[in-house]
Design a protein around this ligand. Sequence first.
Ligand code: NAD
Length: 357
Amino acid sequence: MVESVVARTPVRHHTLCDSLFRYAEFLKFGEVHVKVDEATGLKAIVAIHNLKLGPAIGGCRFVTYATADKAIEDALRLAQMMSFKSAANNLPHGGGKAVLIKPKRMRNHEAYFEKFGEFVEALGGRYITAVDSGTSPTEMDIIARRTKFVTCTTTYGDPSLYTALGVRRGIEAAVKFKLDKDNLDGLHVTIQGAGHVGYFLAEDLTARGARLTMCDVNKVALQHCVDKFGVATCSPEAIYDVKADVFAPCALGAILNLDTINRLNVPIVCGSANNQLAHHNYSTLMHERKILYVPDFIANAGGIIHVAVLYDHGDLRRVEQQVEHIYDNLLGIFEKAAQQDKATNEVAEKLALEKLR
Ligand code: NAD
């Protein structure tokens, strides 16, 4: 089902729908649902990429967009990534994403998110919503007044802890495969970002004997890690040049580009940031440079595993078991990639696609 959010502007309407259908076809969608509510100012897009493995699950983003096209593009791109993430991590879910175009002035915060909850409910369970940029468990609690198809309410706890656990298991798998080492004792890891995931990762890695160098544009967050774990620091720009065993990007997407990949002085890259490769083909460049790149949509899946398994089963032990499985899952991908002399990302995406077909 596709409706236009700019139905009264015929010229833009044509452009928007053209690009929407083209992009949706390219990403192999799926469904795109749009809801407009004048009273609350809600302009919401729910993109459901694929339902083959189960109901779609994915975050609800609440940010400003320059144009509606950009919002729709974001929803489609992110929903497709969620399909890959769920399939690659054996979750019984498809990929979905909600994008709420943040209004300049919010009339009534609670009414706005309640209306979005009604929209999610009307989709009948085809899409289960969660926290993303601009939303928090508080908004999820409001949404939960109107729908049962919601996760990440205040009862769930912080998924970042499980994301960090998954990244650590990813690092351990890569260290085993690339350096033939069974533990992290004495290894030097650089972490970009001392936010939620970076902090928990630093805590976990230092407890296992790793030596850390961290950076963050937020000096307070960085100092917190220095005080707590005695990490060394460097400037955000210098992090790519530091000689280490592992580089863990835990801040922003698209940081692996021609310049940074050529500067990297590590044999392994494994972190939590989404879409780390600025271009899809850069995984081949990493492969050529003999840097083991741990596909981000597997390394950072601890958060979605936490949310999905708790939603489906309400069992935290099961969450931990499934996050632990990231280690074996990745070792299988590294071996396959080595046998086929292919980039790890390419192999991981192919495996996920096979499950989605
Ligand atoms: P966060 O916002 O808590 O932390 C990100 C940190 O990166 C902040 O402290 C910020 O100041 C810092 N930063 C921003 N630009 C930087 C730069 N140029 N150099 C160095 N540091 C910079 O976010 P988070 O929850 O810790 O997530 C980190 C990354 O992992 C994000 O890309 C997020 O999308 C991704 N991710 C997070 C989760 C999760 O469970 N939190 C799950 C999957 C993926």
